[in-house]
Design a protein around this ligand. Structure first.
Ligand code: AVJ
Ligand code: FE
Length: 431
C-alpha cells in the first residue's frame, strides 16, 4: 500500500519533470534567459523556482536535510521580486539551473524512499507534500506554456491536433435548485483552498452546454461589442479603452474572418473551438451582449460535480475516475482547445460538456476562503490572495495537467489577465 503510493508519487514527479524538460529544452539558452513578456518570468526562472520549492518542502522540511543552495532562496521567492524585475536578477544560468533541479530531485527521491508516509503527519499522509510539489511544478509548466505562446519566432513545440467533434452540443442545461456539497475533505491532494466540503444552496439556473466558441465570439465582435459600453462594466470599459482591446489576444484580421498565431503558427481561428485568451471583462461583456451572465463559482462546481441521481458530488463531471485522454483535453497533449462536442465521454450526467480541460473558465466570483478554511501548509499558497483583485477560474485548460485539475480545483487571476488559457461559458437564472 505505502509502496504503491511511493511508486505513484515517484511516477508523478517524473511526469512533471519530463514536461518541464520538454518546455525548457525546446529553446536555446538565449531564449531561456530572455523575458518574452514583462508579465512573465524568463523560463529559466520558472525552472529554478520549481527546484527551489521542491528543496524547501521536500528536502529541507519533510526530509530534514541540509540546504542544497540556501543562498538562492531569495532569488526564487515569488513574493520578493515582481516578474518584470526577474531578468535583471543574478539568476542561475541554464546549465546551473538544470544541475540544481537535478540535484534537488535526487535528494527528494531519497527522502521519498526513507520517510514514512505517515497518516499521523498531515504533510505526509497520502504523500501530500509530494503531491503539492507535483502540482506546483505542473502549474509552472502551464505558466511556461503560456510564456511559449507569447514568445516570438519559429515554432518549437509540437503536438497532435485535438480530436474532432463527435456529437452535436448546443444550447443550455437546467441545473435543478437545492443544496450540493462544494469543496472536498476526501480528495487526497486537494490544496487548502478546496477544503472543507460544505453545503451550498444553489437556486436553479441554466448553464451553457459548452464553452463559448470562437464563432460566437466573432459575432459579438462583428456586432460592435467592443465599441458599445452598454455591454461592459464600468471597470471593464475603462480597461477596454486603456488597453485598446478589440479582439482576443493573438487574434488578427484575415480577410473577413480572423486568424490567430498559436505557438508560432498562424492559421484561421476554428469557429467551433472554445474562445481562449480573453480577460474577465471581455467574458463579462460577451455575456451581457448575449443576454446572459457568467456563472458563479458555486454554480460552475455544481454543474461539474452534482449527480442528480444520488445527490452526491463527484470528483469530475463523468464520475470519480481519474481523467483519461477520452474524457478531457488536458496535459498539453494538444496545443489548442478541441471543438465543442469532442469529448462526449467527459460530459456531466445532465449533459454539460467540456467543463474539464480545453479552457479555464472565468466565473463571476472573487477568490475567498470556504467556511472552515484552514491554512495548509503555508499562507503564501492561498491565504494571502483571498479578497484580492482576483476572479476564480475553473476546469483547467489544454495546458493543465490532470494532477492539477479536478472538479474542486480553484484557479484565480486578475480580471485583466489574458495570457492564460482562459475562456468562459454563460449562465442565467432559471426563473
Ligand atoms: C494558482 C495558478 C494562480 O501560478 O500564481 C505557483 C499557482 N502558486 N506557484 C500561480 C502557484 C505558487 C498560482 N495559481
Ligand atoms: Fe510557484
Amino acid at each position: 500500500m505505502t509502496q504503491d503510493l511511493r511508486l505513484t508519487v515517484a511516477a508523478e514527479l517524473e511526469r512533471a519533470r519530463a514536461r518541464t524538460a520538454g518546455l525548457t529544452d525546446a529553446v536555446d539558452d538565449a531564449d531561456l534567459v530572455r523575458q518574452h513578456s514583462p508579465i512573465m518570468s524568463p523560463l529559466v526562472w520558472d525552472l529554478a523556482h520549481v527546484g527551489n520549492q521542491e528543496e524547501l518542502w521536500l528536502v529541507r522540511d519533510v526530509g530534514g536535510r541540509e540546504p542544497v543552495r540556501r543562498d538562492i532562496d531569495e532569488l526564487y521567492d515569488a513574493f520578493k521580486h515582481p516578474r518584470r524585475d526577474r531578468p535583471a536578477l543574478p539568476l542561475l544560468g541554464p546549465a546551473e539551473a538544470r544541475a540544481y533541479v537535478g540535484q534537488v530531485r535526487d535528494k527528494a527521491l531519497d527522502v521519498l524512499d526513507r520517510v514514512p508516509l505517515d497518516p499521523d503527519r498531515p504533510l505526509l499522509a497520502d504523500g501530500y507534500a509530494f503531491g503539492m510539489i507535483v502540482q506546483h511544478e505542473q502549474q509552472h509548466d502551464e505558466t511556461m506554456l503560456a510564456t511559449h505562446q507569447l514568445r516570438a519566432g519559429a515554432p518549437v513545440l509540437t503536438a497532435d491536433p485535438p480530436p474532432p467533434a463527435r456529437v452535436p452540443v448546443a444550447g443550455e442545461v437546467l441545473i435543478p435548485g437545492g443544496p450540493f456539497a462544494m469543496g472536498t475533505d476526501t480528495e487526497p491532494w486537494a490544496l487548502d483552498n478546496e477544503r472543507p466540503a460544505h453545503p451550498v444552496d444553489v437556486p436553479a439556473f441554466f448553464i451553457d452546454a459548452a464553452p463559448v466558441t470562437n464563432g460566437r465570439y466573432a459575432e459579438f465582435i462583428a456586432a460592435g461589442g467592443y465599441r458599445d459600453p452598454r455591454w461592459w462594466s464600468e471597470r471593464g470599459w475603462a480597461h477596454r479603452q486603456q488597453a485598446q482591446l478589440t479582439a482576443p489576444l493573438h487574434w488578427q484580421r484575415d480577410g473577413d474572418g480572423w486568424a490567430a498565431t498559436t505557438f508560432g503558427r498562424t492559421g484561421p481561428v476554428g469557429p467551433d473551438e472554445p474562445v481562449v485568451h480573453v480577460c474577465y471583462f471581455e467574458a463579462e461583456a460577451y455575456a451581457a451582449w448575449a443576454g446572459r451572465r457568467l456563472p458563479t463559482e458555486a454554480e460552475w462546481e455544481k454543474a461539474a460535480r452534482f449527480d442528480p441521481a444520488t445527490g452526491r458530488s463527484r470528483r469530475f463531471p463523468w464520475g470519480d475516475e481519474t481523467p483519461e485522454p477520452r474524457h478531457a483535453n488536458l496535459g498539453q497533449r494538444h496545443l489548442s482547445p478541441a471543438p465543442v462536442g469532442a469529448y462526449p465521454d467527459g460530459a456531466s450526467p445532465l449533459g454539460v460538456h467540456q467543463l474539464i480541460g480545453d479552457v479555464w473558465e472565468w466565473t463571476s466570483s472573487g477568490f475567498h476562503p470556504y467556511p472552515g478554511f484552514a491554512v495548509f501548509p503555508y499562507e503564501e499558497y492561498s491565504q494571502v490572495f483571498f479578497g484580492g483583485d482576483y476572479k476564480v477560474l475553473r476546469g483547467g485548460s489544454f495546458g493543465t495537467d490532470r494532477a492539477a485539475c479536478r472538479g474542486t480545483f480553484r484557479n484565480w487571476d486578475h480580471p485583466v489577465r489574458r495570457q492564460i488559457f482562459s475562456g468562459f461559458r454563460c449562465a442565467r437564472d432559471a426563473d
